[in-house]
Write a protein that binds this ligand. Structure first.
Ligand code: F6R
Length: 346
């Protein structure tokens, strides 16, 4: 098995440990090869992938330590070439990887195969991309402490695995997941090399899959069921794309933008009005609800009149910059308003 570190596979390791402890799953006959390790990096360092793998998996299962392979982050620089060739040779000696688990970095790296990595690359020393170092900075307490180099299996090493599963969680992976799955195969996004692997699966949550065409604009790829929500989403997007206001969209705009089937039951005039009204009903001078008013089409309930409001502000100025007026109104209209600021010490 080829194994990855990072946040993506943690739950998989948790489950494997559970299966070992509760269901008797044994790893006695399993041989593992980890994708990568920082360079230089002591095994005992808590930031090392060696430490990570033992902490999350190897210390809790019955794997034979002889069968565990993790690139050594302390190989002297004059020995790295021989060391990397030997790592490849060992994988080959065991008959290659049956299964490779992957995460993906925001640069499109798999393992530490950063942009520019060659399709035929093998295990080698690479220089980490700046974005990768930025992403690793919090766990190293600052970017200055993040190593600049790493040893990684190559693209070819990974692609030779008989089965590959890539895990992607969260919206901050959405953009790179879209490029990886829908973009052109290129060394600029090394993970695109997985597109033509014959047995590769991506397992994504809704956040990571949110930029994919089939989720973002499903009407462009398939016949779809036009729920009210989807209709609104598609028409608002059409406004953005054409630069037009909702009431000025024409049949031609709908047709030219892959939304012809929306017009099969209704004409553009009616659709435009429906969405216009929907948007209109989100606008109010009473963000906390209007006392004693009919609230059927208002965005907030009339009762109770006084509400408790929490505003979450990722940075200590987002509240004022993006919703200062609403904030002011809520206070002015007598609601109890609290703000949560998220700050970082790093
Ligand atoms: C880790 C590895 C990397 C990570 C990737 C995503 O061994 O090779 O490719 O899989 O950087 O990291 P997380 O899962 O922390 O988002």
């Amino acid at each position: 098995m080829g194994l990855a570190t990072g946040s993506s596979p943690i739950r998989v390791y948790e489950e494997l440990v559970r299966m070992h402890k509760e269901e008797g799953l044994s790893f006695q006959n399993v041989v593992t090869f980890n994708l990568d390790e920082y360079l230089p990096m002591e095994k005992s360092n808590i930031q090392s992938y060696h430490y990570f793998m033992h902490e999350h998996l190897f210390n809790h299962i019955d794997i034979d330590p002889e069968n565990v392979h993790i690139p050594d982050g302390m190989v002297p620089s004059e020995d790295t070439v021989a060391y990397c060739l030997d790592y490849e040779r060992k994988i080959k000696e065991y008959g290659g990887l049956d299964f490779q688990l992957l995460g993906i970095g925001r640069t499109g790296h798999i393992g530490f195969n950063e942009p520019g990595s060659h399709y035929n690359s093998g295990t080698r020393v690479i220089t980490l991309d700046h974005i990768t170092r930025v992403d690793a900075a919090p766990s190293f307490l600052g970017i200055a402490n993040v190593p600049r180099k790493a040893i990684t299996m190559g693209i070819a090493t990974v692609r030779k695995a008989k089965r590959i599963v890539l895990l992607g969680w969260g919206e901050n992976k959405a953009e790179i997941i879209k490029k990886t799955i829908e973009g052109e195969i290129s060394s600029h996004v090394p993970a695109t090399y997985l597109q033509n692997h014959s047995n590769c699966t991506f397992i994504l949550d809704t956040g990571a899959a949110s930029e994919l065409t089939k989720n973002k604009t499903p009407w462009l790829v398939d016949a779809c069921e036009w729920t009210e929500e989807l209709k609104a989403k598609a028409i608002i997007r059409l406004c953005e794309e054409t630069g037009k206001t909702v009431l000025s969209l024409t049949d031609k705009d709908y047709n030219d933008n892959g939304m012809a089937d929306l017009l099969s039951n209704e004409d553009s005039y009616d659709l435009n009005i429906q969405i216009f009204n929907k948007l209109q009903h989100t606008i109010t001078g009473w963000p906390g609800g209007k006392p004693n008013a009919d609230d059927t089409y208002r965005p907030e309930r009339a009762e109770p009149i006084k509400k408790r409001v929490i505003i979450f502000s990722p940075h200590p100025d987002d509240d004022v910059i993006s919703m200062g007026g609403t904030f002011d109104r809520l206070v002015e209209q007598g609601h109890e308003v609290h703000i949560v600021y998220q700050t970082s010490e790093i």
